[in-house]
Design a binder for this molecule. Structure first.
Ligand code: SF4
Length: 89
């Protein structure tokens, strides 16, 4: 059976949870920055990805899923398309 990058990220997150830890994007009160409409919020989220123990798995999953919005592994993929104005699309 082939393990996908997304499966590998899920497994890494489960291991973190079993150890009583979680990535910063999963912290209550902070996680909304990763999907914010505000560019500065997403820039802050991207900085907070630095040092994440699952950063490599997150980056691989973002590539596999062809991430098109939000912050993944310190990279800002932009705002969710449904939130953009018609003029921006
Ligand atoms: S690297 Fe991925 S899992 Fe870690 S904080 Fe950033 S977005 Fe979250």
């Amino acid at each position: 059976m082939t393990t996908t990058a997304t499966d590998a990220l899920t497994q890494a997150l489960v291991r973190m949870a079993e150890a009583g830890d979680r990535p910063r994007c999963g912290e209550p009160g902070a996680h909304e920055l990763w999907l914010s409409e505000d560019t500065e919020d997403r820039a802050q989220a991207a900085r907070w990805c630095a040092g994440c123990s699952v950063l490599a798995e997150c980056a691989a999953a973002a590539g596999e899923l062809k991430a098109s919005f939000g912050v993944w592994a310190g990279r800002d993929y932009g705002e969710r398309a449904s939130r953009r104005t018609v003029a921006e699309q």
